[in-house]
Design a protein around this ligand. Structure first.
Ligand code: UFG
Length: 328
């Protein structure tokens, strides 16, 4: 791992993936300032001395923060992430995610910061035609959330060409797990993600609904590529190092290449926790592709990244430890 005195500005550092990456940056010797408006993030997740409570849409305040010290790069996490919500209030998503990113990039251009790592998503592909999915798969989002990320990726292409602003877009598959040391973890309100919902079913005794049992997969439930949040954090650090060392702009999938069905995840939760998960089957959730698995060979080849914490049981163990601490 690179150790450095580099200064990194992290947007959304109070959120799930942002807080893990911030901790890992600090563990590795980076200096970090976090910009977060705390609309969805957790205040406790950030050292108050590092936090600047600023909204992404407030370009002037971003410029002020960026002028605090000479930042080497920005890692841009801040965004709304709920696919379902994006289909009810798309305006909120285009405003916060797309216009917010434009405001951030404008502030970077004004202050001369030339490197950005951007949180993108497998949702840019929609219903992919090739699985495992390579980065060459065309953009075809099936929800507004994915479209907001496509728009930012496209802006980044233009800013590279016209402002020499270098970017690495990391297209996450299913972020999961928690800091192995238990310092931070996943906590969304409302929770929509599978693993914490399986834990909630154990805790409350109220059955979780599995969305669909008739998909064209071996057990009829959707298959996803679960990637441990610590592995995601490592991908961000590798991306920052590449850019700061003069590497080119790029787009990378971040996943393991291994898919698990909803029922396999449920069984792993039962095995790790030693508890049974009450569940029922419900109808399919709109916009859920049957199979999403990453081809991450480009990331492995170019940046030397590889997943180390993403075994399914390891993901569930770390997430369960955090769940019991956070919701005790
Ligand atoms: N699922 C259920 N019941 C639930 C919740 C989820 O059966 O109560 C299923 C889903 O249908 C899906 C799987 O569990 O098959 C995983 O669902 P999540 O909601 O945990 O994650 P998604 O795959 O829907 O979404 C994730 C990110 C999105 C991102 C997407 C990209 O959360 O931000 O991957 O594919 F857009």
């Amino acid at each position: 791992m690179p150790s450095s005195n580099r200064r990194i500005l992290v947007t959304g550092g109070a959120g799930y993936i942002g807080s893990h990456t911030t901790l890992q940056l600090l563990d590795t010797g980076y200096d970090v300032v976090v910009v977060d408006n705390l609309s969805r993030g957790r205040r406790e997740a950030v050292d108050p001395a590092r936090l600047r409570e600023v909204d992404l849409l407030d370009t002037e305040s971003l410029v002020r923060v960026m002028n605090e010290k000479p930042f080497d790069a920005v890692i841009h996490f801040a965004a709304y992430i709920s696919v379902g919500e994006s289909m009810k209030t798309p305006e909120l998503y285009f405003h916060n995610n797309t216009a917010g990113s434009l405001s951030l990039l404008t502030a970077m251009i004004r202050t001369g910061i030339k490197n950005v790592v951007f949180s993108s998503t497998a949702a840019v592909y929609g219903m992919p035609t090739t699985v495992p999915i390579p980065e060459s798969e065309p953009y075809a989002p099936v929800n507004a959330y994915g479209e907001t990320k496509v728009m930012v990726e496209k802006m980044l292409n233009w800013f590279d060409q016209l402002h020499q602003l270098r970017s690495i877009c990391l297209r996450y598959f299913n972020a999961s797990g928690a800091d192995p040391e238990g310092r931070t973890g996943e906590e969304h309100d409302p929770e929509t993600h599978l693993i914490p919902l399986l834990f909630l079913a154990i805790k409350t005794g109220k059955p979780v609904t599995l969305f669909g049992s008739d998909y064209p997969t071996p057990d009829g439930t959707c298959i996803r590529d679960y990637i441990h949040v610590s592995d995601l954090a490592r991908a961000h650090i590798a991306a920052v190092e590449s850019l700061v060392n003069g590497g080119p702009s790029a787009k990378y999938n971040v996943g393991t290449g291994q898919g698990y069905s909803v029922q396999e995840v449920l069984r792993a939760v039962e095995e790790v926790t030693g508890r049974s998960v009450p569940y029922t089957f419900g109808p399919r959730r709109e916009g859920d592709p049957p199979l999403l698995v990453a081809d991450s060979s480009r990331l492995q080849r170019d940046l030397g990244w590889k997943p180390v914490d993403s075994g399914l049981n390891r993901i569930v163990e770390t997430a369960w430890k955090w769940f019991n601490r956070a919701r005790a």
